[in-house]
Design a protein. Sequence first.
Length: 274
Amino acid sequence: MKKLILASAMAAAFTGGFAQAEEAAKSDHVISYNVGATSDYVFRGISQSRNRPAFSGGVDYAHAPTGVYAGTWVSTISWVDDSYPASSISNSSSRPRTPYEQDFYAGIKLGDAAGLNFDVGTIYYYYPRNKLHLEPGYVGLKANTNEVYGKVAYGPVYFKASYAIGDAIWVSNKAGSYYLDLGADVPVMEGLVVNAHVGRFVFKQDGTILADSRYDYSDWKIGLTKDFGSGLSGSIAATGTNAKDTFNGSNVWNFNGTGYLGDTKGVVTVTKTF
């Protein structure tokens, strides 16, 4: 009987050890999913959905021991379709639509006990079926673009720089364009964070179409994010830019007169992660 008890205890110990090891291995690889809705999809201060609601979803993978991560995210948009010239043949009802964007990203996050954190990676913005680069006068204006980025954070304060290595979003042949982002996410009580941000988008000047400083601008945001628990969060924010609506009678951040995209506005967003 004692041998049986000892054998049972040893089996339980080994079984428990294997279970713990298996659980630890599982926790090293984390996959999460998210869905969201917003009153306006604002990216770097500019509305991507023509000042209207947008819906999104994504999946993320993270490897806890190394900090390596990857993911994809999809959101409804309207700016690509709005960018086609009104006189374009492809602007007819038969033109392929681009009602959404899909982002693909990967990188690595590193940190230390002192609260200093680093994040470096790359992101590809993909706009399926867009034909902007085939339009007369729009040659080279591809919506798809690739960026590399680096971010350093200490406590709640962070600085991030993004650099286009291909076409920049909205502007053709703009490798070398960059976006600078300085911000802070400050907890004020349990589950409530104050978000503040200022940014600067600078487009490389090379003499090509849509390639002068009229497109450079700064943006800002101040808001609150609330964690409601069980993966549900919500945010409210005020955001704005000094981006030009028009320049010398030509539309700038107002694609074909569909509406100014960089104005000051309030944005409400709800996200569920699971």
